[in-house]
Ligand binder design. Structure first.
Ligand SMILES: O=C(O)CCC(=O)C(=O)O
Ligand SMILES: [Fe+2]
Length: 314
């Protein structure tokens, strides 16, 4: 049996204005990032700018999820995970996921114009600002990770081949009882890196190497950073993507908003040669993320959840 602890993930301060590549502050943060990722596969980021926009962001999410059900159903997609997903008998979770949310105009064209025929510019702008903030921070953190492993020469190529998907999630009120309600099964993310912000309702937990679950308490000026399996595989297994889950208690609605930095489809994700020269050799085959997601979704529909590490294991 695993148990929950009072520990928290390491907190790293990214609010400092003087955080410039090459500066002493940058170097010190870079070391903290590496240590946190090696130990937990994640950390919390103190980032004051998110506190300035969160009220608007959660207001926009409320507006989205308060739409009538038939309207939300218009936001469907035939691609795995994208589009609107309604709550089920098992999970009280509703979500909306949009592809390439970092591309100007995509939230407006791909989400709000579908849900409001006359458009909803202010809502699009709010969600767009959140995406830009999270994607900018992700690029900084990823650059530090690459520098840590001495492979910064790949940074532009990797960023150019990153697709930032955005997922808004609403965890509804449990109807009965005082037992915790499962909001998301334990899973690891498949992307390079996830940046998540949550409203004031507790629920997210992350599993440590020792099998304990750490509760990630919501704070208004924090992002939660979790690495996904694509980064772990690309680094030839050097970091691990942590398992995490959501359980909610009480009768408040929980909202989370997450930006997933995914490898772009058709870009071959290949372990850099600099990382295969050690005693272990190459551990993973080159993969295409969209092909993997298609395979994962087909298997998952049959109850079989294939980790990326298993999919491209040599
Ligand atoms: O809502 C959360 O806090 C976590 C969501 C999550 O893990 C995911 O969407 O992959
Ligand atoms: Fe996740």
């Amino acid at each position: 049996m695993s148990s929950e602890t009072e520990d928290r993930l390491p907190v790293i301060d990214f609010s400092k204005q003087e955080l410039k590549p090459g500066s002493p502050e940058w170097g010190s943060v870079e070391v903290q990032v590496r240590e946190a990722l090696e130990e937990y596969g994640g950390f919390e980021v103190l980032f004051d700018k998110v506190a300035e926009i969160r009220e608007e962001v959660f207001g926009a999410m409320e507006e989205l999820f308060d739409l009538p059900s038939p309207t939300k159903q218009l936001f469907i997609s035939n691609k795995p995970f994208l589009g609107y997903h309604d709550a089920t008998a098992k999970l009280l979770r509703e979500s909306m996921m949009i592809d390439e949310a970092h591309v100007a105009g995509n939230i407006d064209q791909g989400l709000t114009k579908i849900l409001w025929p006359q458009g909803n510019i202010s809502l699009s702008k709010t969600i767009e600002s959140f995406t830009q903030l999270a994607a900018g921070l992700e690029k900084t953190i990823r650059r530090m990770v690459l520098e840590n492993f001495g492979i910064e020469k790949y940074k532009d190529e990797l960023i150019d081949n990153t697709n930032y998907d955005l997922r808004d999630t609403k965890y509804g009120r449990p109807q009965t009882g005082t037992e915790p309600t499962l909001g998301a099964d334990a899973h690891n993310d498949k992307d390079f890196m996830t940046l998540l912000h949550q409203n004031e309702v507790n629920g997210l937990e992350i599993r440590t190497k020792d099998g304990e679950w750490i509760n990630i308490k919501p704070s208004p000026n924090y992002f939660v950073v979790i690495i996904g399996e694509s980064l772990s595989v690309w680094l030839n297994g050097r970091l691990s993507a942590p398992y995490h889950r959501v359980t909610t208690k009480g009768n408040k609605v929980r909202y989370s908003i997450a930006v997933f930095a995914n490898p772009r489809g058709v870009y071959p994700v290949k372990v850099p040669e600099e990382l295969v020269a050690d005693k272990n050799g190459l551990l993973f085959k080159t993969f295409d993320f969209e092909e993997y997601l298609g395979y994962y979704a087909a298997q998952a529909a049959r109850g079989d959840f294939i980790d990326l590490k298993v999919y491209c294991n040599i």
